[in-house]
Design a binder for this molecule. Structure first.
Ligand code: ADP
Length: 249
């Protein structure tokens, strides 16, 4: 990321390498209740990203001294599987995954009603099975769905999306090559009901006008993602009502 790329990312018709328009999202698929053992879970496919999220809790705090008598402790672990990228990724936490876990936890702390569950812990695990840029957005989107699936009270369902700049143009939802060879990437997450931005990061350079346009695009993208989240949650309860049983069984 940085200077103008050697690799052309836009063709002569202004289409992107995967045929998308500048303001087009990659295809997105979501499902909830995919893991039996977890209290809540979700699977998200977003372009070339495949992400699974599992939520456990509220449950006993371990180690005990971390317990907070005023609210639940929220933990978030973002992890990339060694096979999720072209070159095998070294297993285990690294600086990048620790940073992503921290900012994603802080985003969710804005909406989860932690004060309802003092002296407990809510664990959110996200595994990246396949990565193609934008994994922190896909992960947070899946985590938020899994929290809703676990029935944990929230003020809102957080939705995320990135915008950025490639070949001098502001675009929505960068894929790997665009992230690698583009000029800027700006992942954000919103609380759609209030419009509050709960995560904001930026890598690369944009002018003020480009930045304003990218921010608008990313927020619109996150709102579209939120529509799919809502449909996915509604669908689960539609099936549950028809069968009369618990879809998680
Ligand atoms: P995000 O996935 O949220 O966009 P980055 O911008 O840090 O986060 O990473 C962009 C992409 O680069 C990832 O989605 C993944 O495809 C690739 N990538 C990240 N870390 C590694 C790694 N350790 N090894 C190989 N590829 C990686």
């Amino acid at each position: 990321m940085g200077g103008k790329s050697e690799v052309p990312l836009l063709d002569k018709n202004g289409k992107r390498i995967d045929g998308r328009d500048l303001e087009e999202l990659r295809p997105v698929k979501m499902e909830v209740g995919v893991l039996k053992k977890a209290d809540g879970s979700a699977y998200v496919e977003w372009g070339g990203n495949k992400v699974i999220a599992a939520v456990y809790g509220p449950r006993e705090v371990l180690p005990k001294h971390l317990a907070n008598p005023y609210k639940a402790v929220l933990k978030y672990r973002y992890n990339m599987a060694p096979f999720s990228v072209d070159d095998r990724k070294r297993p285990g936490p690294d600086r990048r995954s620790i940073e992503i876990s921290k900012i994603s936890r802080e985003a969710l702390e804005r909406v989860v009603m932690l004060e309802y569950f003092p002296n407990t812990m809510i664990d959110v695990f996200v595994e990246i099975l396949q990565a193609d840029a934008g994994t922190r957005c896909a992960a947070l989107t899946a985590a938020s769905l899994a929290l809703a699936d676990a029935g944990i009270p929230m003020r809102d369902v957080v939705a995320a999306c990135a915008a950025g700049k490639i070949d001098g143009k502001v675009v929505l939802d960068l894929k790997k090559e665009e992230d690698n060879y583009g000029e800027a990437d700006m992942p954000i997450a919103i609380s759609p009901r209030t419009g509050e931005i709960v995560l904001f990061q930026m890598d690369g350079l944009m002018t003020k006008d480009e930045y304003m346009k990218a921010l608008r695009l990313a927020v619109e993208g996150a709102r579209k993602i939120n529509e799919i989240q809502k449909e996915t949650l509604k669908d689960k309860y539609k099936i549950t009502n028809l069968s009369g049983g618990d879809n998680n069984e």
